[in-house]
Design a protein around this ligand. Structure first.
Ligand SMILES: Nc1nc2c(ncn2[C@@H]2O[C@H](COP(=O)(O)OP(=O)(O)OP(=O)(O)O)[C@@H](O)[C@H]2O)c(=O)[nH]1
Ligand SMILES: [Mg+2]
Length: 444
């Protein structure tokens, strides 16, 4: 990608609509405005005018907006055509812009330029894509906070303190005889420990944000007739899956996404697990086992009225390698009360008893504390970089504690700093940028 080229794309979704927007960014934007508009707005102004083809025939009439570098979304000269939402007309406008020197934009290229021109940092660019893709209100609100820079701000605070400490430590290395005394006099270890505490805080905020962004996948499993499909229907608040008193009703896996207090939660209903001669049911059982592999959590549903404790324990142990929540269903028949066990919950899919409690236990099992003031959206990439930074910080503290090695400490803190800089994009690779921006939609 040559960042000096002028790019063009339709910025509104494909299809008919009231309005359609074509966006142009780059140094030819002014020239295109001159040639393709019946009246050229001043930068920062809007003008109602005709959009013209190469014969000066009108393609459409609408509003044109111009922004002058650096005061635009991309930081470059920008022109926007806001016409009617007809794919044919929008394509004609794009073609006209290409005749005048623009080329089609790649996915996310406008935002990539905004990043490269220093208009936004990397977490903000990512938050724009996350905002567009949000599936719950909480997720959208959190993405907006990240877009405004709250995630970067938290990381910047860590970077600032780290930088102060690095300066002190680097200075002490220049005077090796006094190094150790100097470091302890300044309370460097205590300050590093305090910083580690702040890392933990940011990490837990990020983890919340990541759950909001990525959602969670929960798989229902258990013996036939335990009430898995009934539970799916209760959680989905609709008659989604077939329920019957015949064991072996469900065969195909069935997915439904629900809003679990702000978390997009995908629930998967599966065939009841049993040995069977029925070829189709046996395939259902195989699929049920496969889908467990990439679940964040498994809800092991048992019929509390008919399943004895040894059977429950056997089922639990056969799922020991997964994060499992035991769901004792049909308590309207068994008469059991609530369970004290954190990883166990008593419900009735029939009466709805215990469902609220089940939702709370799922949230706490995946480590979600609910949307709070200041919850920002984050990605796995951020969580990973922060934990790498934390590992280097810990290693540095070990060097100081055990070996009194100031130079090794300085080296670890430099690695820590690098990992933090990756989050906001101060240090990036082309490969990473390619990965991030290619997942954007075209025109953003
Ligand atoms: N009394 C009572 N009956 C329930 C409850 N939950 C489910 N059932 C009944 O149990 C039977 C089996 O329910 P399903 O939801 O089809 O069970 P399943 O686990 O999906 O069964 P398979 O798909 O065959 O594996 C149905 O007759 C339901 O009406 C409950 O909480 N209380
Ligand atoms: Mg079923």
């Amino acid at each position: 990608m040559d960042s000096r080229e002028t790019i063009v794309a339709v910025a509104t979704p494909r299809g008919q609509g009231g309005i359609g927007v074509v966006r142009v960014s780059g140094r030819e934007a002014g020239l295109i405005a001159n040639r393709a508009l019946s009246a050229n707005p001043e930068p920062g102004q809007i003008k109602y005018c005709s959009f013209l083809d190469s014969n000066s025939e009108t393609i459409d009439r609408g509003i044109a907006l111009r922004f002058q570098a650096p005061n635009s979304y991309t930081g470059e000269d920008v022109l926007e055509f806001q016409g009617h939402g007809s794919p044919i007309l929008l394509d004609l406008i794009v073609r006209r812009c290409m005749e005048l020197g623009a080329r089609p934009a790649e996915p996310g290229e406008f935002s990539k330029r905004a990043f490269l021109n220093g208009r936004i940092d990397l977490t903000q660019a990512e938050a724009i894509a996350d905002l567009i893709n949000s599936t719950t209100e909480s997720a959208a609100r959190s993405a907006l906070r990240s877009m405004k820079g709250e995630l970067s701000h938290k990381v910047e605070e860590l970077v600032e303190q780290l930088t102060d400490l690095r300066i002190l430590i680097e200075a002490s290395i220049d005077f090796p005889e006094e190094e150790v005394d100097y470091l302890s006099e300044l309370g460097v270890l205590q300050r590093l420990e305090a910083l580690a505490g702040q890392f933990d805080h940011v990490q837990s905020c990020m983890q919340q944000g990541r759950i909001l962004r990525d959602g969670i996948k929960v798989v229902l499993t258990g013996l036939p007739n335990a009430g898995k499909s009934s539970l799916l229907n209760v959680l989905a608040e609709q008659d989604r899956a077939i329920v019957s008193s015949l064991p072996g009703t469900t065969r195909d896996t069935l997915e439904q996404i629900i809003d679990l207090d702000g978390i997009p939660m995908e629930i998967v209903d599966t065939a009841g697990i049993r040995d069977t001669q029925d070829e189709i049911e046996a395939e259902g059982v195989r699929r049920a086992k496969r889908v467990q592999e990439d679940a964040d959590m498994i809800l092991l549903v048992v019929d509390d009225d008919t399943t004895d404790q040894s059977e429950v324990e056997h089922l639990m142990s056969s799922h020991a390698r997964f994060p499992v929540l035991l769901v004792r269903n049909k308590i309207d028949l068994s008469g059991r009360d609530q369970s004290e066990d954190l990883m166990e919950v008593c419900i009735s899919a029939k009466t709805g008893q215990g469902i609220r409690n089940l939702k709370e236990k799922i949230k706490s099992a995946v480590g979600y504390a609910g949307e709070q003031e200041g919850t920002f959206m984050a990605r796995q990439r951020h969580v990973d970089a922060l934990s790498r930074a934390r590992i280097s910080l810990d290693a540095g503290m070990e060097q100081l504690r055990l070996n009194q090695a100031g130079e090794m400490l300085a080296e670890d803190l430099s690695l820590c700093h690098r990992a933090l800089a990756e989050i906001t994009g101060k240090i990036t690779s082309d490969e990473l940028l390619g990965m991030i921006f290619s997942s954007f939609c075209i025109g953003k």
